[in-house]
Design a protein around this ligand. Structure first.
Ligand code: KIV
Ligand code: ZN
Length: 502
């Protein structure tokens, strides 16, 4: 049996904690289920001590997900370890991930601890975590700017205290591949006890080398890659899971390792993260970008038609990209609708399917043909029904380039109906102002984007808003419609509903 590289997904922790990527409980659960379906070995579901919401999400995922180990991050202090353990204790397989910084910069300026105090804290807190949970990961934050011999001492201490996985993060994305590989080899040779330990890498992408560094780590003996879907994460992001996994699989001849991930779920997981966070994937992004499997140049198209391998090193099907763009229309029945969704990788509960079919029928009346991207737009990742505080009843907009725009918005909250009017320079802002009057909160629009989801004159528009409500963390709202104003209004209301749901 060859070596198998484990995938530790931190989309819900390192990914989610980056600005503009926050998710609510339902969204986190959906993502965790998608990761489980992909056969991710370890899901870092959150940082339980960071907030009650995070602790609740980690606990919910620990209850629901059975095929993956569920992990919570914890600083190297007892109260964090207790919070992590409380959140994951019901998981079928649980891991506590304890971290402490080891670089001179972090120890002096952030921790205000001496190297000896760091060693003591690791010894004490890793042992404390071990008294709760058998599976313990220890990370030396900023390991790649730490003194190598000190790092080996810290790791030896963590191993003696019970750590089973040792993580060597490139917290600030500073490494180049051969340098990282050399560090891993040094640590393997100079850390007593490391031979029985799972070694992990966790690379950030500040210099655009997170994936290359992870793969260099694999060649130097790393057993686990920490990564995120679409590479979301702090600053320039983390190593992208789809890129790491497809590199290992496509170049198995080179790396000589196995990886258990079911890659046919990649496309769907990527779209899910894009939809939930509102952070778009660049068209040229490897593996999941819209152009990743598109052949535009005539000479390439000709080659691909003769033999796909002329210009394709991976097949679109291998990442779950639907092969044929089957078209549905207003005469398509519920069965055809459901079957196409299944082919696209979506299995919906009856309740969600009913709602989605309703939306499909409305859309099919407006559009001649409904394509896969339309279906994805309909499905999105909707908040659970019944939990929506406000719903749009209707709206009227009056706008032009020689008048002030006005908007009349009618919305429902339970059985109560509200109607307000507002004016502004543009129709969308006027609509948002009218909604603000109804909700009566301090809603600040931090970001707004609008894009076409499909092609043609009757294309569906997707609006993404990022708002804060009374100084809350940023909330992402999404709305889809063939009318751009309606898409924007729906996105704004969706964001407000998500705020009230959290
Ligand atoms: O980047 C980092 O160092 C981290 C640790 C907490 C593992 O995210
Ligand atoms: Zn990180």
């Amino acid at each position: 049996m060859g070596r198998t590289i484990r995938i530790f997904d931190t989309t819900l922790r390192d990914g989610e904690q980056s600005p503009g990527c926050s998710m609510n409980l339902n969204e986190k659960i959906e993502v965790a289920k998608a990761l489980e379906a992909m056969k991710v070995e370890i899901i870092e579901a959150g940082f339980a001590a960071s907030s009650p919401g995070d602790a609740a999400a980690v606990a919910a995922i620990a209850d629901i997900v059975h095929g993956s180990t569920i992990c919570s991050l914890a600083r190297c202090v007892e109260k964090d370890i207790d919070a992590a353990w409380n959140a994951i204790r019901r998981a079928e397989s649980a891991r506590i991930h304890v971290f402490l910084a080891t670089s001179p910069l972090h120890m002096e300026y952030k921790l205000k601890m001496t190297p000896e105090q760091v060693i003591e804290a690791v010894a004490h807190n890793v042992a404390y975590a071990k008294s709760r949970c058998s599976d313990i990961e220890f990370s030396a934050e900023d390991a790649t700017r730490s003194d190598l011999d000190f790092l080996c001492r810290v790791f030896e201490t963590a191993i003696k205290a019970g750590a089973t996985t040792i993580n060597i993060p490139d917290t600030v994305g500073y490494m180049v591949p051969d340098e990282y590989a050399a560090r891993i080899r040094y640590i393997r040779e100079h850390t007593p006890g490391i031979e029985n330990i799972i070694l992990s890498c966790h690379m950030h992408n500040d210099l655009g080398m997170a994936v290359a560094n992870s793969l260099a780590g694999v060649q130097a003996g790393i057993d686990q890659i920490e990564c995120t879907i679409n590479g979301i994460g702090e600053r320039a992001g983390n190593a992208s899971m789809e890129e790491c996994v497809m590199a290992l699989k496509t170049r198995k001849d080179h790396f000589g390792v196995d990886c258990a991930i079911d890659t046919t779920h990649i496309y769907r997981a990527s779209r899910m993260i894009e939809t939930i966070t509102g952070v778009s994937v660049a068209p040229t992004k490897a593996i999941v970008g819209a152009n990743a499997f598109a052949h535009e140049a005539g000479i390439h198209q000709h080659g691909v038609m003769a033999n796909r391998e002329t210009y394709e090193i991976m097949t679109p099907e291998s990442i779950g990209l639907p092969k044929t763009a089957l078209v549905l229309g207003k005469h398509s029945g519920r069965h055809a609708f459901e079957e196409r969704l299944n082919e696209l990788g979506y299995t919906l509960s009856k309740e969600k399917l009913d709602k989605a079919f309703e939306k499909f029928k409305i859309l099919a009346d407006k559009k001649k043909t409904v394509k896969d991207r339309d279906l994805e737009a309909i499905i999105g990742v909707a908040p659970v029904s019944g939990a929506e505080r406000y719903t749009l009843v209707n709206f009227v907009i009056n706008s032009g380039n020689s008048i002030t725009s006005t908007a009349v918005i009618k919305m429902k909250k339970g059985d109560e109906v509200f109607e307000r009017v507002a004016a502004s320079d543009g129709p969308i802002n006027a609509a948002f102002r009218a909604i603000n009057k109804i909700v009566d909160k301090n809603i600040v629009l931090e970001d707004y984007s609008l894009k076409s989801m499909t092609d043609g004159e009757d294309a569906q528009a997707e609006a993404i808003v990022k708002i804060t409500v009374d100084g809350s963390p940023m909330v992402t709202g999404r709305g889809v419609s063939t009318d751009i104003v309606e898409a924007s209004i729906k996105a704004y209301i969706n964001g407000i509903n998500k705020f009230f749901m959290d």
